[in-house]
Write a protein that binds this ligand. Sequence first.
Ligand SMILES: N[C@@H](CCC(=O)N[C@@H](CS)C(=O)NCC(=O)O)C(=O)O
Length: 196
Amino acid sequence: MQIFGDSISGNCLKVKWTADLLAIPYEWVEIDIMAGGSRTPDFVAMNPAGQVPAIRLPDGRALAQSNAIMLYLAEGSALIPADRFDRAKMLEWLFWEQYSHEPAVAVARFQVRYLGKGAANLDPKLVEKSKAALDRLQAGIGEGPFILGDALSLADIALVAYTRMAGDGGFDLALYPGLQRWIARVEDALHLSPYA
Ligand SMILES: N[C@@H](CCC(=O)N[C@@H](CS)C(=O)NCC(=O)O)C(=O)O
């Protein structure tokens, strides 16, 4: 299997971390999105959305969308709850991540860290949406230790990706001690060094 990803992208790292944790062998193919690497004719032939991450299976089939790829990789593993309700609850968080968290927290980070926009110049609505997402996540985790309770799941992997990078967008994670403790637990479970 090949994973096409840009190492600066939380969406891509989620996929990498899932494969690493499950000891699934892969070849990482670095795609430089800032240089248009996901918009080349070859890449778009594989993923018409022109975005990373994407994977290509040994039989040639390709799959995109970070959370769909994670679900594919983790099928049958402990990262997906066996219980029907818990599994649906995990999906609830994954859908929320893509609609209410990533489009705010990741976009703010991208604009500040990679487009050089001052955090003070971010669209106030984007800042508000990001803070609401961080508040919601912290409240949802509660005492945890993980989002669904005792067990690490794909919800933690998906949501930690950009939450741990929120400081890049000007958000002070020290204001979210519950998130800081959860980030440390998930980083530990994924064998990651703290994000710098
Ligand atoms: N919903 C998609 C989002 C993918 C996405 O936004 N990819 C960005 C990097 S994080 C990208 O490829 N941007 C380059 C481009 O759009 O040209 C997912 O979860 O995979």
